[in-house]
Ligand binder design. Structure first.
Ligand SMILES: Cc1cc2nc3c(=O)[nH]c(=O)nc-3n(C[C@H](O)[C@H](O)[C@H](O)COP(=O)(O)O)c2cc1C
Length: 405
């Protein structure tokens, strides 16, 4: 069972690194495990080792665009990778693509080839601790706002649905290891209390914190629809003070907050912003959000509701030319966003005013609201009671980490 060295180096350089951006349950260690398991299982069958290897390497690569139908996207990525044509015939690539489509545990049909069976079986890592770890990682990644109880309840239901006596998991190849592991897992699932203890220990090991501040940070969302009623004054004051409590470089405390709760003023700002953006041009290098904004402003029928009809807007400004202006202001804004979440309010960073930070018409208007001649707008925040549930936080697949330890 040998895989061509050229294939291995191509896959290791171009495919495996893609997994670093996926959730923890599907990261590089997952694909490496599926490759290892696939090669072990394949040793008992008369199959092409390079095909088995490549199928395992590509099986989840479509997760870059989310979980739904990822097996179809993985299969497409493999078929569209012209480099593979150097090593595999069209027929072989067809079999490989089909095997990838067939790998999911939720599929209710038997994989159409031995290759599909191998990758499906290799992907079923049903060792008790591995299963609990994977479920905990998934839950933390996709439901970061959950309490311990909620994580367990969701995960327990998933365990029963997938691995219970009537669960949807299918072991098409009936390898001894998977069969034994599944029996063991089912036995352990009979004691819910012990299972919960083990799950919570793993959840904590994987980074869960029961600390309320951490939970608030993990549950914050950008809110883009607000109730019309004004926020309670004590809550507003708490949010402002949380903003002012932010750190600043050299402790200069130069972030200036302009708090607007006057609907007429908000409408005026929107009107000026729309007029000024409408005058702008863009090209292929223009930042996509700014371009969308200009296009929106140039459409006479658009609402241009850049503050999402929030009842409160807080603008941050800072000294022109001050090196830490944006950094200090971002700390203030983030503190206010977290404080808003903690208090049951919604907020959203609004960037349009900082894009117009040197626009004369906007500056003249903002001077009337308190902006100083030597200041510029660094950011702003819409604030109010959310009109709809903003939903679960988005899993962070970016913001990469490099550890040196
Ligand atoms: C610097 C910055 C500028 C942003 N500008 C806007 C904006 O102008 N309008 C908007 O609706 N959201 C804006 N956002 C919100 C982001 O779109 C949002 O944080 C991101 O999509 C992640 O969603 P989440 O905040 O719900 O986790 C901005 C966020 C930051 C940090």
């Amino acid at each position: 069972m040998t895989v061509s060295k050229k294939i291995i180096s191509y896959v290791e350089a171009n495919i495996i690194p893609k997994y670093q951006y996926f959730d923890k349950a599907h990261d590089i260690s997952h694909v490496e495990k599926v490759i290892k398991n696939s090669m072990l299982i394949a040793a008992d069958y008369d199959v092409d080792a390079s095909m088995v290897y490549v199928i395992a390497a590509y099986h989840d690569v479509g997760l870059s665009e989310g979980r739904d139908d990822h097996e179809m996207r993985s299969s497409k990525i493999l078929l569209e990778d012209n480099n593979l044509r150097k090593w595999f015939s069209s027929n072989e690539l067809g079999i490989m693509a089909q095997a990838i489509e067939d790998h999911r545990a939720s599929n209710d049909y038997k994989p159409r080839s031995i290759y599909g069976n191998i990758v499906a079986e290799a992907d079923r890592d049903i060792d008790y601790i591995s299963v609990l770890t994977r479920i905990a990682q998934y839950s933390l990644g996709f439901f970061p706002e959950y309490t311990e109880e909620q994580h367990f309840d969701r995960s327990y239901m998933h365990l029963i649905e997938k691995y219970g006596d009537y669960g949807y998991i299918k072991l098409w190849l009936d390898t001894e290891q998977n069969r034994k592991n599944l029996e063991e897992l089912r036995k352990k699932m009979t004691s819910k209390e012990k299972l919960k203890k083990d799950f919570i220990a793993i959840l904590r090991r994987e980074g869960f914190s029961a600390n309320e501040v951490i939970q608030t940070i993990m549950s914050r969302r950008s809110v883009r629809s607000y109730k019309p009623e004004q926020i309670d004054e004590p809550l507003l004051q708490t949010i402002i003070e949380a903003g002012r409590a932010a750190p600043s470089g050299g402790n200069v405390q130069l972030t200036h907050l302009i708090v607007i709760q006057d609907n007429v003023v908000m409408k005026d700002i929107i009107k000026i912003a729309k007029e000024e953006f409408a005058k702008m041009t863009f090209d292929e290098n223009t930042y996509s959000s700014l371009k969308a904004n200009i296009e929106n402003a140039q459409n006479p029928d658009s609402l241009f509701d850049i503050f999402y009809s929030a009842p409160t807007l807080i603008i941050t400004a800072h000294k022109i030319g001050h090196k830490n202006a944006i950094k200090d202001s971002a700390c203030v804004l983030e503190n206010m966003m977290i404080a808003s979440t903690a208090l049951g309010l919604g907020s959203c960073w609004i960037n349009q005013l900082s894009w117009l930070d040197d626009n004369e018409s906007m500056r003249q208007y903002l001077f009337k609201l308190g902006l100083k001649e030597d200041e510029f707008v660094t950011g702003s925040l819409s604030l109010g009671y959310p009109a709809t549930d903003p939903g679960h936080p988005l899993p962070r697949t970016g913001n990469p980490i490099s550890y040196v330890r």
